[in-house]
Design a protein around this ligand. Structure first.
Ligand code: ASP
Length: 329
């Protein structure tokens, strides 16, 4: 690695950035910027901090994701060797995936956050930022697309998810585990980069409204009918390998027939969507035959962002989600 590296550090808010509690409120508001202290910065790396947003991640919108992607692109265009984004953990996995859709990561782009705010005992933010800076400074990470570095583990955007609501070891990649780790200010990669990139061939600011439905026992078509007029497309977190109740299946087919793409994902955290194993109303075979799209191994929130940004850029759902060979994308 060349001797000095230059890293853009973009703060967006979240627990990692919260100000200490005030006299009138002990609750986190998840706002504020984060500039790591000088002694948190690894040797040989210059860090250039900026605030892009100041939000708790539950407030993040597709427009905010567009703003953030633009900030990351500006840092790359400015010649940084890598970019680190600090973010609230609740929607962090969606933001890292959105960056994978919108940013050509010629250099490493790493997202991190914290589960304990700076004024609590044992805050994890400083160590997470330091490890993220180390990872972002290593050009070997660029082919992996945007990654999450948390608790010294490196996770790829497509697979990472928040696994625990409160522990500091909050993130995991159920399908394959971390692709690497950071130790002694050094990045070690264990697995190769993902086989495909998620980068969209073109990008535009978000304009498409995409709903998200969660299948469960007794969930019928009324939930799809209720949102039909408010959305341009719907993503479904379906049961198992791509199944819904017969009533929900019929409502989804009606939606698709009305020109609103329907994208099937699984509510399981791991495993494939099937194509021809089960038959009958609401089965994967029938839903595929009716022209619904299947999102492969993508989670429902990530498939929703793919539909939202892809359709906003005028890319047909058929191209965003590859059809009936069973693999999805
Ligand atoms: N509620 C916070 C957020 O996502 C949680 C965190 O940052 O860990 O912004």
């Amino acid at each position: 690695m060349p001797s000095r590296r230059s890293i853009g550090l973009i703060a967006t808010g979240g627990t990692i950035s919260v100000a200490p509690p005030s006299a009138d409120s002990q609750q986190h508001q998840g706002v504020g910027a984060l500039t790591p202290r000088q002694d948190d910065r690894p040797e040989g790396i210059d860090v250039f901090p900026r605030d892009a947003l100041s939000l708790s991640s539950r407030r993040m919108t597709p427009d905010d994701l567009w703003t953030l992607a633009s900030a990351v692109n500006e840092e790359i265009a400015a010649g940084r060797d890598g970019v680190v984004v600090t973010h609230g953990t609740d929607t962090l996995e969606e933001t890292v995936y959105a960056l994978g859709l919108l940013v050509d990561t010629r250099v490493p782009v790493v997202v991190t956050g914290a589960m304990r705010s700076p004024h609590l005992a044992g805050p994890d933010g400083p160590a997470n930022v330091r490890a993220a800076i180390v990872a972002a400074a290593d050009p070997k990470l660029a082919p992996y697309g945007p990654t999450v570095v948390f608790q010294d583990e490196v996770h790829v955007a497509r697979l990472v998810t928040k696994m625990h609501s409160a522990r500091v070891a909050a993130f995991g990649s159920p399908a394959a585990g971390p692709v690497g780790f950071v130790a002694e200010d050094r990045l070690e990669l264990l697995l190769g980069p993902p086989p495909e990139t998620d980068l969209l061939p073109r990008a535009s600011p978000p304009t498409t409204r995409v709903g998200l439905l969660h299948a469960a026992t007794g969930i019928d078509g009324s939930v799809a009918d209720a949102i039909a007029s408010d959305v341009d497309a719907v993503v479904v977190a379906a049961l198992g390998a791509g199944h819904v109740s017969p009533s929900l299946g019929a409502a989804l087919v009606r939606l698709a027939g009305a020109g609103k793409p329907v994208v099937i994902t699984s509510r399981c955290p791991d495993g494939a969507l099937l194509s021809h194993t089960y038959g009958g109303a609401g089965s994967e075979t029938e839903l595929r035959r009716a022209g619904l799209h299947f999102a492969g191994t993508l989670s429902a929130p990530k498939a929703r962002l793919r539909a939202l940004f892809g359709m906003s850029a005028g890319i047909p759902a058929d191209e965003l989600f590859h059809p009936a060979d069973g693999a999805g994308r």
